[in-house]
Design a protein around this ligand. Structure first.
Ligand SMILES: [Ca+2]
Length: 318
């Protein structure tokens, strides 16, 4: 087999990266978790009950104020983001047709030209006809070699359909943030995820966004799940890689005294026009633009818009 120079250099970069002290990346083709779709908690770990202070004083306005700690009951959570292989098994079993397939496409990140960047805001996003979870960059792309990456181009409804198929749910924001903080309440939670030598410990964007992704973390774009060390509760990639859907409506900043709009909470899910909370940041979050590779960070997302940087993981409650 003839290998191009590009492939060779990519291999050298990957070896250097794996030799840098991070957990070696599982280079499998998307193995399903042991007992998948048969055992109740396949692929999950038990997140212990505990108290978590939601939000921070050091982040964006909608992360403030850091509230009084809330108690979260124990629950099971997927060890990693749901992969393309897992989602494919769901689609095969149920015939589920995703929203992006019904809508004819989704929002896809593309590195813009400098000219495009000058001509329109958010020039790095484009609605690509034919983009969906099977064809994440458009009709000419497919999942070969990407089965172990998080499924993306899925809406909140798609994510809930998958979760319900397994008898599970999406996490609430409090559950998600409790799992990501894992009992910590220190200022390092608000810093870019790096080891003491400054090496990235999650998949985000190093370099100047959106033109130059240096991929010092080993990946430009999505990484296979589980490439980076787990947190102290055994959970991988809560920070970075793909944003993750929660089931919570975004009602504004953490202000326990705010009146808000109670109707948003009617079903616990999105009403027409409401946005929902996504957590964790993605491979696109950079220190110079979207500093959301942090447990407290949150974003309000249209629940019915499929994009190439939002995936999910599921939870089970006892
Ligand atoms: Ca990266």
């Amino acid at each position: 087999m003839k290998l191009s120079l590009g492939w060779f250099m990519a291999g050298v970069a990957a070896l250097m990266w794996m030799g840098s002290g991070q957990a070696a990346c599982r280079a499998d083709l998307g193995e399903l978790p042991k007992g998948f779709a048969k055992q109740a908690h396949a692929g999950q770990v038990l997140v212990p009950a505990g108290w978590v202070r939601l939000g921070t004083e050091d982040g964006y306005p909608d992360e403030r104020p850091a509230a009084e700690p809330v108690h979260v009951k124990a629950f099971w959570m997927d060890r990693t983001e749901v992969t393309n292989a897992q989602f494919a098994a769901f689609v095969k079993a149920t015939g589920h047709v995703t929203d992006a397939e019904k809508q004819g496409g989704g929002a896809v990140f593309e590195v813009p030209t400098p000219d495009a960047l000058r001509e329109r805001p958010l020039a790095w996003w484009r609605f690509v006809s034919g983009a969906n979870w099977r064809h994440p960059k458009g009709p000419d792309s497919d999942l070969r070699g990407h089965w172990a990456e998080p499924v993306v181009l899925v809406t909140q409804a798609d994510a809930l359909a998958y979760a319900h198929w397994l008898g599970r749910d999406l996490p609430t924001e409090a559950e998600w943030e409790h799992a990501a903080k894992a009992g910590r309440d220190d200022r390092r939670l608000d810093a870019a995820p790096t080891d003491p030598r400054g090496q990235p410990t999650a998949n985000y964007w190093q370099g100047s966004f959106p033109l130059n992704d240096l991929a010092q973390d080993g990946f430009a774009g999505l990484a296979p799940v589980g490439c980076y060390a787990a947190n102290r509760w055994g959970l991988h990639d809560l920070i970075g890689n793909a944003w993750e859907w929660t089931r919570d409506v975004h009602t504004g900043p953490h202000q326990s005294h705010a009146n808000g709009d109670p109707s948003l909470l009617r079903t616990g899910l999105a009403k027409q026009g409401a946005r929902v909370v996504i957590k964790g940041g993605s491979f696109l979050c950079s220190p110079d633009y979207c500093v959301r590779y942090r447990a407290s960070a949150r974003e309000a997302q249209e629940p019915d818009l499929a994009t190439s940087h939002v995936g999910f993981r599921t939870v089970s409650r006892p």
